[in-house]
Design a protein around this ligand. Structure first.
Ligand SMILES: Cc1cc2nc3c(=O)[nH]c(=O)nc-3n(C[C@H](O)[C@H](O)[C@H](O)COP(=O)(O)O)c2cc1C
Ligand code: SF4
Ligand code: SF4
Length: 268
């Protein structure tokens, strides 16, 4: 039996879904598992035998909030580490890339895996990628569950399974980090709020970086958005826009989460 702490960030619930399942399966294998969203952690304690990290891939990076959180991990001596990333399509070397600084602090990655869950973002300017429709998510659930079981067994038995740091993964990661970042910066012009806002304050209360303030029948965005897509996707009135184009919510459908709960999802 091992004591396992898993630290994670989830913008729209996919990573949270995976981490909750991972906990269930690891506990079935007699491990003691504690999970912590980085949004709620005051102090990082390494009172465990194995540490896990999980986050959504953002163009071959971890979301900024999580990479800054990783910077706060304390120095260790040979602490076994596993990492799980969730994606909409595919991941390259992102886990290898993000765990480099942890290796320098004495963490020993033995399992790094990607799970394709669902895409939660589109950029209407250049590339109107669809968020993954529910019909496809339902078909994927079995595969996702099987992957989580496989990952749990490997963590339980300390079996090495590092993926994404081969040549293909590295090339994909490098290209995404350069071209993807540039593309994102040029194509994302910030969020605005349309007049369907009813000042319910859900987005204000749930933004992980406290980037949103409430106005009168509107909300105002600050400068610390990490593009987690939570407010844009889960606003119950679909009032948050990327341009006037996204007011057409039939075409620019919002991602309401893997279990379709939208703003009923709890984050804080
Ligand atoms: C800014 C941003 C960048 C993303 N980049 C990628 C990517 O490079 N590859 C990919 O497969 N999915 C990408 N996605 C999709 C997310 O990784 C995917 O939907 C993830 O499961 C979301 O997890 P969460 O619900 O825990 O936030 C991106 C999403 C966002 C918001
Ligand atoms: S969640 Fe939507 S309706 Fe509620 S305050 Fe935010 S923008 Fe307005
Ligand atoms: S403003 Fe919206 S997308 Fe940006 S960090 Fe806050 S909740 Fe996430």
């Amino acid at each position: 039996m091992s004591k396992i702490n898993i630290y994670y960030f989830s913008g729209t619930g996919n990573t949270d879904f995976v981490v909750q399942k991972l906990k269930i399966h690891l506990e079935k294998l007699d491990n003691m598992v504690a999970i912590f969203s980085c949004e709620n952690v005051q102090e990082i304690t390494m009172d465990c035998d194995i540490v896990g990290i999980a986050f959504p891939i953002h163009t071959s990076h971890a979301p900024e909030i999580f990479s800054q959180f990783l910077d706060k991990f304390p120095q260790q001596t040979n602490m076994p580490l596993f990492g799980v990333v969730t994606s909409g399509y595919m991941a390259g070397d992102v886990l290898d890339y993000e765990t480099k600084k942890l290796k320098q602090k004495g963490y020993k990655p033995f399992l790094l895996r990607n799970i394709v869950v669902a895409n939660n973002m589109h950029l209407p300017y250049v590339c109107p990628l669809e968020v993954t429709p529910n019909k496809i998510i339902e078909k994927r659930l079995d595969k996702i569950e099987k992957k989580i079981v496989d990952i749990s067994i490997k963590i339980n038995n300390h079996i090495k399974d590092i993926r994404g740091n081969d040549l293909c993964g590295k090339i994909f990661g490098i290209l995404q980090r350069s071209i993807g970042d540039m593309h994102e910066k040029n194509s994302f012009k910030g969020f605005s709020c349309s007049n369907s806002c009813v000042s319910c304050s859900w987005c204000v209360d749930n933004c992980p970086t406290n980037n949103i303030t409430l106005g009168t029948k509107t909300v105002i965005f600050g400068e610390s958005c990490i593009l987690c897509m939570r407010c844009y996707n889960f606003c119950p009135l679909n009032a948050i826009q990327m341009t006037h184009k996204t007011e057409n919510t039939k075409y620019y459908k919002r991602f309401k989460g893997i279990e379709n709960k939208g703003h009923k999802t709890t984050f804080k």
